[in-house]
Design a protein around this ligand. Structure first.
Ligand code: ADP
Ligand code: 5GP
Length: 224
């Protein structure tokens, strides 16, 4: 469990979401972001830096910041990344700028990163909420990757073999969502985020204010 305990009293939460490529993480994030939220809205999405070329429909600054390798290496040297990793042959990273200011301002942030990235984030932010999304089976993951049609057959085999290593790291995570039914899994993602926001560490300030209110309202003789 990646909790730092009740003393951290965080004003905002960091959610880190990982899934083997093709599981449906993008689909679930989109569903959750446009779904019904019983408490607050969705966290803000952190846009990663990425050295691969944009795919058709991908928008600079919305899906990724597309940079070349020299620029990415410069950012690593300048210590600008909260985490970075080589993912399927490309460099990808979360800049501190995408995350720190928002958390300090009390805004929740969600990272869509790979399992190596989750491990790096938890090393520096052990109070982050980590969520692993897994496919219901190997065959179903293969079908989804093939249907998506982004990858050559060599890439499909490589992604499936990386997937095994990623699922084997399940013990890193606070929560697991099995993406068999996208509708149900999307609702589960919202439920996890909403439940995490009610954790004691996050509610300490509010609960202390409510207690003070009770103390003010009840005379000492009226207390048990
Ligand atoms: P990821 O972001 O994890 O790589 P995507 O969200 O791009 O995956 O989804 C990969 C493919 O699987 C897409 O074609 C998507 O429509 C499909 N998909 C996602 N979730 C489900 C699901 N629960 N059942 C069937 N197909 C799904
Ligand atoms: P794509 O198909 O977009 O090239 O790669 C998607 C994979 O890269 C997903 O597993 C996604 O979570 C991961 N990824 C995207 N951005 C980052 C990042 O900033 N850091 C890390 N570590 N992984 C990332």
């Amino acid at each position: 469990m990646s909790s730092s305990g009740v003393n951290s009293s965080p004003r905002a939460s960091l959610f880190v979401l990982a899934a083997p490529s093709g599981t449906g993480k993008t689909t679930l994030i989109q569903r959750a972001f446009s779904g019904e939220w019983p408490d607050g809205g969705p966290p803000e999405f952190s846009v990663s830096h990425n050295t691969r070329d944009p795919r058709p429909g991908e928008v600079e600054g919305e899906h990724y910041y597309f940079v070349d390798e020299a620029e990415f290496q410069g950012m690593i040297a300048a210590g600008e990344f909260l985490e970075w990793a080589q993912v399927h042959g490309q460099l990808k990273g979360t800049s501190g700028n995408e995350v720190e200011g928002r958390l300090e301002a009390g805004v929740d942030v969600l990272l869509d990163i790979d399992v190596q990235g989750v491990e790096s984030v938890l090393a520096v932010r052990p109070d982050a909420c980590s969520i692993l999304i897994v496919p219901p089976s190997f065959d179903e993951l293969k079908r989804r990757i093939l249907d998506r049609g982004h990858d050559s057959s060599g890439d499909v085999t490589r992604r499936l073999s990386v997937s095994l290593c990623e699922i084997e790291r399940y013990a890193l995570f606070d929560y697991v969502i099995i993406n068999d039914d996208a509708e149900r899994a999307g609702r589960q993602l919202i439920a996890i985020i909403v439940a995490w926001r009610s954790r004691l560490a996050r509610r300490l300030h509010r609960i202390e204010m409510i207690l003070e209110d009770f103390h003010r309202a009840l005379e000492p003789g009226e207390r048990r």
